[in-house]
Design a protein. Structure first.
Length: 278
C-alpha cells in the first residue's frame, strides 16, 4: 500500500493538519515534495480510500477511511392488523427472547391488533422475519383466522446502524430530519463498546418495504423515496403547465373576440358618421 510510504504519510499529515480540501500546489508548499509526485500519490491515496476528492483538483482526509459499518437492523417496529372481525375482549400478550421483546395487544374497542417488536442490538433480515412470524402465530389463532402480510400495516419503524472507529467529539448526540421526514439520531455507543450508532426512524408503507430496507439499507430506500417524490412533483408540474397553457389559449380566444368586437363597433361608428355627413 502506498499509504505506508514516507511521502504518502507527509501528504496525509498535511491534509489532516489543514483539515480542508487542498490542491497539489498547496500540498507541495506544505510538504516540499515535487508537485508531480504529489499528484501521483494523491491519486493513489484516493483509490486506497485514505484521501477523498471532494471536487476536481482538491484532496482531503477521507473521514470514513478505516470505519467499519454494520448492516442496518430493526431497532423498534410497530405493526397493526385489522382482521375485519370482532375481537371480544382486550388482551395483552408479551414474550421475550433474549434481547428481543414482542408485545401484542388485542383491542376490542376498535377490533385492532397491534404488535411492538423491539431489540436494543437490532434484528437483521432473518431475525426480523422470525419475530414477525411469531406475531402471526400469536395473533392468528386468538382471532380465528390467519394473518396475511398484505393486511399488516407498519405504524412506525426504527433502524440502527453501527460505525466502528468513529465518535462524536464534544456532543452527546445529534438529531436531524431529512426532507423525506426520516428522523435520524446519532450518538456515541457506551464505554467499552466504542464507535457510533445511527438510529433512523423511517416511514415504510408495508412489510415489503421493511424487508427492502434490511436488504438495501436506509440510504438506498431514501434515494428511491426521493426519486418517487421528485417524479410525483414533476408530474404535478407538468399538469399545472398544461392547465396554464390551456388557460392562456382560452384568454387568447377571448382577447381576439374582444378585438374583433371592438373593430366591428369602430366600423359601424365610421359608417354611421359617413351617412350623417351626406
Amino acid at each position: 500500500m502506498v499509504a505506508a510510504s514516507p511521502k504518502a504519510r507527509a501528504i496525509v499529515e498535511a491534509c489532516r493538519l489543514e483539515d480542508r480540501p487542498l490542491s497539489p500546489r498547496e500540498i507541495t508548499g506544505i510538504t516540499g515534495l515535487n508537485r508531480s509526485t504529489v499528484r501521483v500519490y494523491c491519486s493513489r491515496l484516493v483509490s486506497e480510500g485514505v484521501l477523498a476528492r471532494p471536487h476536481y483538483g482538491y484532496y482531503c482526509i477521507n473521514r470514513t477511511y478505516g470505519v467499519r459499518w454494520s448492516a442496518p437492523r430493526v431497532h423498534n417496529l410497530r405493526l397493526r392488523w385489522a382482521p375485519a372481525c370482532r375481537i371480544p375482549e382486550h388482551v395483552e400478550v408479551e414474550e421475550v427472547y433474549g434481547d428481543v421483546r414482542i408485545r401484542v395487544v388485542f383491542g376490542s374497542e376498535r377490533s385492532l391488533v397491534t404488535c411492538w417488536i423491539s431489540s436494543d442490538i437490532g434484528l437483521n433480515y432473518a431475525g426480523c422475519g422470525l419475530a414477525i412470524q411469531r406475531f402471526k402465530e400469536i395473533a392468528g389463532p386468538r382471532v380465528g383466522r390467519p394473518v396475511v402480510d398484505g393486511e399488516i400495516s407498519v405504524s412506525s419503524c426504527e433502524f440502527n446502524e453501527d460505525f466502528e472507529s468513529i465518535r462524536l467529539d464534544g456532543l452527546s448526540s445529534v438529531t436531524v430530519e431529512s426532507f423525506l421526514g426520516s428522523l435520524e439520531r446519532i450518538y456515541n455507543l457506551g464505554e467499552g463498546r466504542g464507535g457510533l450508532r445511527s438510529e433512523v426512524r423511517v416511514r415504510p408503507d408495508s412489510l415489503a418495504s421493511v424487508y427492502a430496507l434490511l436488504k438495501g439499507g436506509v440510504t438506498a430506500y431514501n434515494v428511491l423515496q426521493a426519486q418517487f417524490m421528485v417524479t410525483q412533483r414533476l408530474e404535478s408540474l407538468i399538469v399545472a403547465v398544461k392547465e396554464q397553457s390551456r388557460g392562456i389559449q382560452e384568454l387568447g380566444k377571448i382577447f381576439r373576440a374582444l378585438l374583433d368586437r371592438i373593430d366591428g363597433l369602430g366600423s359601424q361608428a365610421g359608417e354611421g358618421g359617413g351617412s350623417g355627413g351626406g
